[in-house]
Design a protein around this ligand. Structure first.
Ligand code: GFB
Length: 312
């Protein structure tokens, strides 16, 4: 794979940039990278032209419209439209232009709101989705089904990975758009600088989430690209979850904010619990390495170095 042309779609995002780091560390010499300004993946003609000209052998499809609970809730049309357009254009153009293998990235929110915990891949489509992110989830379900359909009908080697909640360098720290972990890093940091006596945490603090460092995810993506070729999606997670209240305390300790945490119950909790069953991936021989405490410390360091440039 190292000398082949590899297209990482979404290389400026949290996931895509981690996949690029991982491939470069491995000696990949022919990476194809295009920013969204250079190539708008929502435009079919642009995507077809790019694939016809470049003919990548391998494609990591990490481009997506993503965001936290509030971004998902408030912009349902953009989440369903952009994701359906991006993934449909890229999967189809890859198949038509001789791509040998494509990895599609989904999300743990594809599983039912009240799926058994930890959530096995087989719980897909067994119950209603979480309303706050159903639009994003439907698009991601369509993407993994499209990969399965192209395998069956066209023998196209398209596989899917379903990561849990991710974090790490290059994340979005915008307070309205972001996921909980970067939002709380920023809130704690700013509260510490202001010597504030309290900060606001959305919701009740009782929902449980699992957090995986994006460098672990990137490692799993490269592993799956090399080792896995089958229809079922593969969950990628850490294996343990914590409550939002516990996460907030851990982040406050990491940042050095000693004030009070105030829970704003007028904000949505979302899914009560989201822990992936990763036994399929473990059986293939892959394990994550970066513990949450260490990952939080290095992500906070990254935030402090880059906050001027981080997306707000
Ligand atoms: O990470 P998050 O935005 O998304 O929120 P989901 C997780 C939990 O943290 C929710 C709470 O219960 C939030 O109410 N929370 C507390 C906060 N304080 C904050 C804060 O300051 N900001 C944010 N954002 N949350 C997303 C989906 O769901 O998970 C996406 O909406 C995607 O589609 C992603 O699937 C992985 O974990 O609830």
């Amino acid at each position: 794979m190292n000398d082949s042309p590899i297209y990482v779609a979404g290389h400026n995002g949290l996931v895509g940039s981690a996949i690029v780091r991982r491939l470069r560390a491995d000696g990949a010499s022919n990476l194809l990278l295009r920013s969204s300004k250079e190539l708008d993946l929502r435009r079919q003609a642009e995507v077809e032209r790019f694939f016809a000209e470049q003919r990548p052998h391998y494609v990591f499809l990490a481009a997506a419209k993503v965001g936290g609970i509030e971004a998902n809730r408030s912009r349902p049309a953009q989440f369903i439209r952009d994701n359906l357009q991006i993934q449909t254009n890229v999967i189809d153009a890859a198949y038509r232009n001789g791509t040998r293998k494509l990895l599609f990235l989904g999300s743990s929110c594809i599983y039912p709101r009240l799926a058994p915990q930890p959530m096995p891949e087989d719980s897909l489509l067994t119950g209603p989705l979480e309303p706050t992110n159903q639009w994003y989830a439907i698009a991601k379900i369509a993407g993994l089904k499209m990969c399965q359909a192209y395998r069956r009908e066209f023998q196209f080697d398209a596989i899917s990975a379903m990561p849990t909640n991710l974090y790490g360098p290059g994340d979005n720290f915008d307070l309205l758009e972001s996921h909980v972990l970067p939002a709380l890093i920023r809130k704690c940091h700013e509260a510490k600088l202001r010597h504030a006596d309290a900060l606001e945490v959305w919701g009740s603090g009782t929902p449980r989430r699992e957090f995986l460092h994006v460098d672990d995810l990137a490692d799993a993506c490269v592993f799956l690209m090399r080792q896995y070729s089958d229809e079922p999606p593969i969950n990628v997670g850490w294996g343990e979850d914590i409550s939002i209240a516990e996460l907030a305390r851990l982040i406050a300790d990491t940042v050095g904010f000693n004030g009070e945490l105030r829970f704003d119950r007028s904000k949505p909790d979302g899914t009560p619990r989201k822990l992936l069953d990763t036994s399929r991936l473990t059986a293939l021989g892959w394990q994550p390495k970066i513990h949450l405490k260490a990952g939080l410390a290095s992500t906070y360091e990254w935030f402090r170095e880059h906050q001027g440039q981080s997306r707000r």
